[in-house]
Design a binder for this molecule. Structure first.
Ligand SMILES: Nc1ncnc2c1ncn2[C@@H]1O[C@H](COP(=O)(O)OP(=O)(O)OP(=O)(O)O)[C@@H](O)[C@H]1O
Ligand SMILES: [Mg+2]
Length: 242
């Protein structure tokens, strides 16, 4: 059981605050979508969860198997070590290393090394192309294939919480749909708790259990009914500029 509770988080860069009292909840086994257009603070919130951007005030608490971890006051290494898988913005893969080498780098923490063989089998079964291309250099793979490597690498850490920053960027619409569906299936199969940042409103709400809209560093809208969320006039006005 893993849940994430964010309360009144203020964070930013230098003297500039980007996040203004952001609060957000991801219940155990749920997928929350963080929706927003360019520059509204999605990646900054993900970096704050990971301790890459310092939290000035407010709290970020991960509850994992009954233990509460105050992420807002922990260093990044310790945060990741609890079991947080990250698919970072722009994927951040090692292009001059093979698929297999990239995946092995995902399994650096102790708990992940112990189950490395099982997880490697799992990701090759989930993304067969990665098994077939295990020795191909990642830099020579297509965008969609690279996104699979990035997601697979995050799974190699044996995560209970998965943070995914804009998986659809740079992918053709058909590949976006496929990637999004794969993320949904992974979440179901592995019982993961997931926070996914996306600009692609319809793709993200199609797989999420709840959604938050972030604008200028503030959560301006949230909802649990994904059937009606996109149809909401206010949401459309804020997000889609309707
Ligand atoms: N390292 C940094 N130093 C200074 N300002 C930054 C830094 N990173 C981001 N910002 C600023 O913080 C604001 C929020 O950026 P952020 O990357 O969180 O947006 P985003 O919602 O992820 O956008 P995108 O969809 O384009 O990735 C922007 O105004 C951006 O210019
Ligand atoms: Mg971003």
């Amino acid at each position: 059981m893993t849940s994430l509770t964010i309360r009144d988080v203020v964070a930013g860069y230098g003297t500039v605050s980007v996040l203004h009292k952001v609060s957000l909840d991801v219940p155990s086994g749920h997928m929350a979508a963080l929706l927003g257009t360019n520059g509204n603070g999605k990646s900054t919130l993900i970096k704050a969860i990971l301790g890459i951007v310092r939290v000035r005030s407010g709290t970020i608490v991960l509850t994992h198997d009954g233990v509460e971890w105050p992420l807002h006051e922990m260093p990044t290494e310790a945060i990741v070590d609890i079991g947080i898988g990250v698919v970072p913005e722009g994927r951040r893969l090692f292009g001059n290393l093979s698929v297999r080498e990239n995946l092995l780098l995902g399994a650096y923490r102790k708990a992940a090394r112990a189950v490395l063989a099982r997880n490697l089998d799992y990701v090759y079964a989930t993304f067969p192309i990665l098994g077939e291309r295990a020795s191909q250099l990642v830099g020579t793979m297509s965008g969609g294939q690279q996104q699979m490597v990035a997601i697979a690498r995050a799974l190699m850490i044996e995560p209970s919480l998965l943070l995914i920053d804009e998986p659809s960027v740079g992918l053709a619409p058909a590949i976006v749909k496929q990637t999004i569906q794969q993320i949904r299936e992974l979440k179901e199969n592995r019982g993961l708790t997931v926070l996914i940042a996306e600009q692609s409103f319809h793709q993200a709400t199609a797989i999420a259990d709840r959604a938050y809209v972030i604008a200028h560093g503030e959560i301006v809208m949230s909802g649990d009914d994904m059937q009606t969320f996109g149809g909401d006039e206010a949401v459309r006005a804020v997000y889609l500029g309707a």
